[in-house]
Write a protein that binds this ligand. Structure first.
Ligand code: ZN
Length: 180
């Protein structure tokens, strides 16, 4: 298994609508395995293919990531589509493509998703609370939407500013960017 590079905001691939998966080959299975590996090493619970620079409709999830049960609840969704949603929930979300910031996002409390597995067999998955939020967050990635686009414009401005300061600090050792 290989560790993949996670693309961070403002990478263009994160804004693109990902293409449906049409070929269910070994390459797809390898990509899914590599995405799990990458997700675990970055301490995420979900990862969408566009985040590793592959603009296709593939998502991996493991809500038990980082616990003793890591690996036993793996969920792979190919071409997922939300077919039912109910209720509202506000959840504090983070994203491996926006490291260092968290934002409160209003989502549906319950969703039902139809998808296929890595062999193209259709199935449905239902989720509430955290699973529902994760399913919505990841399917958003396939439509080029980041969680900061699901908050108010004012909150978005604040979050992006905070993110930029953190990125600058990491890159240049100063929140204001490079110094000359
Ligand atoms: Zn994300």
């Amino acid at each position: 298994m290989a560790h993949l590079t996670v693309k961070t905001y403002p990478s263009e691939v994160l804004n693109k609508i990902a293409a449906p998966v049409k070929t269910f080959d070994d390459g797809l299975k390898t990509l899914a395995a590599d995405m799990f590996e990458t997700m675990y090493s970055e301490s995420g619970i979900g990862l969408a293919a566009p985040q590793v620079d592959r603009s296709i409709r593939l998502v991996v999830l493991d809500l038990a990531a980082g616990t003793e049960e890591q690996g036993s609840h793996q969920l792979v969704l190919v071409n997922p589509e939300i077919i039912e949603r109910r209720g509202d929930v506000v959840w504090e979300e983070g994203c491996l493509s926006l490291p260092g910031i968290l934002g409160k996002v209003k989502r549906s409390r319950y969703v039902k998703v139809s998808a296929t597995d890595l062999d193209g067999n259709p199935f449905e998955v239902e989720g509430e609370e955290l699973l529902a939020v994760a399913l919505q967050h990841e399917t958003d990635h396939l439509d080029g939407i980041l969680f900061v686009q699901r908050v108010s414009p004012l909150q978005r401005k604040f979050l992006i500013r905070e993110y930029t300061r953190k990125q600058n600090e990491e890159r240049y050792g100063s929140p204001d960017g490079p110094t000359f």
